[in-house]
Design a binder for this molecule. Sequence first.
Ligand code: UTP
Length: 293
Amino acid sequence: MSNKVRKAVIPVAGLGTRLLPVTKSVPKELLPIVDVPAIQVIVEECMASGIEEVIFITGRGKGAIEDHFDFSYELENILESRGKSKELEAVKKASNLIRTITVRQKKPLGLGHAILQAKDVIGDEPFLVVLPDDIISADPPCAKQLIDVYDKYGEGVVSILQVADDEVSRYGIIDGETWEDDLVRVRVMVEKPAPAESPSNLAIIGRYILPPEIFTYLEETEVGAGGEIQLTDALQRLARERALIGYKFTGRRHDTGDRFGYLTANIDAALRRPDLSKKLWTYIKSLDENDFK
Ligand code: UTP
């Protein structure tokens, strides 16, 4: 068994109902962050974190995600013959990124069920899970920060973030003992609690390092609300029977599965781009709230 985190599972089989109507025909993972599909930003984070292979868990209507990371001979030939070298480079970048494997989740039976589909491809080694809705700008990348915690302690790690009281009901919330500034030993986990019942304000965000035992726990997890297999139930068991570390990562996180988070992710990304930053700042500073009433 390898103890090195080499593989990443990226579930992309969700329906993306929060972003309807665009997600009726376009997978939300392909919506652009400026001009790069969100899923490419995520795959680049995996690569910058030392990941060697990415496993997409896909569902109906998500075939275009695979295509994005595949060679497009026709397009590449056309760009080459027209001398469009910059565009050609951008197109080739996606297909040259990393080895990808696709596993189909035949029914959207929840995040836990989606991850379980990767069992045979992962085998007996720890792995990274990245939820592509969470775009995080950080140096080192958030996934790398988690891998470093795993390498030090050898136990499962979840990324956590302090959220406002009125936001706890959107997340899995943890509680436990703090034993270093940014590390919590997880004892309790509650999925989407009402604010009055929430054990803390520490929310689980979309980056996890999981040991292979999680597959057994997922297989033994009872189907919950809505016929779904919840990852939180299996994580709770991992915390109880082995250990689970909550890690307060550093970085700016945007929930791109939500309209506002999608907008802020784009603004932040554009403000970091040398070709756009100055113009966008000038535009933002010129805005007057009254013009939009
Ligand atoms: P979400 O709970 O955000 O659901 O899934 P969603 O369908 O993507 O979006 P909304 O809430 O309807 O707008 C969290 C992650 O789990 C994946 C999603 O693709 C997303 O990355 N997922 C969820 C699956 O792969 N399969 C499922 O059955 C459910």
